[in-house]
Design a protein around this ligand. Structure first.
Ligand SMILES: [Zn+2]
Ligand SMILES: [Zn+2]
Length: 331
């Protein structure tokens, strides 16, 4: 089968590999589209997360069932996505079902073969089914949407009336849109230094789109960092109100040096949000099913799997012109 494999930093190749052989009880999927995620870019740029080389990348996907065990509840042709998390299964977090808190949490496409391939074998417990009304490609957004649902559920717990989302990449835009349009937060702003992303943010229906936060102090009940660059956390501590919350929904490639005294002095609560739960993924799929929010505008392009290398290069370019690129595996 055709697959997109990571061979090392900056080296992604579309090549032919052996088809997966489903194990006892597993469902065989034919992948339609796979979405390139920020964490795929961490791999591409820095070689993070991946355990062995080469590895089939990808954890955001929409697929059709090819073959399923009789008792799985799935049938050939079903339109599905799946939970790509690979938890250790043994630690305290895993024992209590909070896989997103597992210190050893990996994803398919990192610690095992991923979804950027024509076929994927997966356990039926991990699948989430879509109704047939949606356009197939939209299903590929369920996984990033689940990340946003998870963050929004945690952000809204403290009942903020104003939220600033820092970073208008796919996750930041999803978080900001959901906060405004689904979770009913009265005042939602988004900030990004990139002009293209600020233009795209007009689709998110937020109150203000900001370029820089110079001179802004103590303004928001909650600030959500969806960037993961050194300066951002410091700015978040500056612009959040005393007693407010700063949420980090980003993976830092380089660890930030931050004014902790600001955190202490303003009694800020710092919250980390990692991935999602199965419930969040089901909720995200249900939003797509019901058309609760339309995120089609976020998909810049659908490219054939053969052009994966171009897609990665475009996404890591300084001069950004793409948000979410889907790779097509449909023949
Ligand atoms: Zn993802
Ligand atoms: Zn674990």
């Amino acid at each position: 089968m055709k697959a997109v494999r990571y061979h090392g930093i900056g080296d992604v190749r579309t090549e032919y590999v052996a088809d997966p052989v489903p194990r006892q009880g597993e469902v065989l999927l034919r992948i339609l589209y796979g979405g390139i995620c920020g964490s795929d870019l961490h791999i591409y740029r820095k070689g993070m997360f991946v355990e062995k080389i080469p590895e089939i990348m990808g954890h955001e996907f929409v697929a059709r069932v090819v073959k399923a065990p009789g008792d799985s509840g799935y049938y050939p042709g079903d339109l599905v996505t799946g939970d790509p998390r690979v938890p250790c299964g043994k630690c305290q977090a895993c024992q209590s079902g909070e896989y997103q808190r597992c210190a050893l949490l990996g994803f398919i496409g990192e610690v095992s073969p991923g979804a950027f391939a024509e076929f994927l074998a997966i356990s039926p417990e991990k699948l989430v089914k879509f109704n047939e009304e949606i356009e197939e490609f939209q299903g590929a957004l369920a996984e990033p949407l689940a990340v946003a649902v998870h963050a929004c559920r945690r952000i809204t717990k403290s009942g903020p009336s104003s939220v600033l989302v820092m970073g208008a990449g796919p996750i930041g835009l999803l978080v900001a849109s959901l906060l405004k349009q689904v979770y009913g937060i009265g005042w939602v702003d988004i900030a990004d230094i990139d002009g293209y992303r600020r233009r795209m943010a007009r689709h998110a229906g937020v109150d203000h789109i900001l370029e820089d936060l110079e001179g802004v102090h103590d303004q928001y009940d909650t600030v959500c960092d969806v960037v993961g660059l050194e300066v951002v956390l410091g700015t978040a501590l500056q612009v959040v109100k005393p007693g407010g919350q700063v949420h980090v929904t980003a993976i830092y490639e380089r660890l930030p040096v931050t004014d902790v005294n600001l955190l202490v002095g303003k009694e800020i609560t710092l919250v980390g949000n990692n991935a999602y739960t199965m419930e969040d993924l089901r909720e995200a799929a249900a939003m797509i099913d019901k058309g609760t929010v339309d995120f089609s505008w976020m998909i810049s392009r659908i490219q054939p799997a053969e052009e994966a290398c171009d897609a990665f290069e475009s996404l890591v370019a300084r001069d950004k012109k793409d948000l979410k690129i889907l790779l097509s595996f449909d023949r």
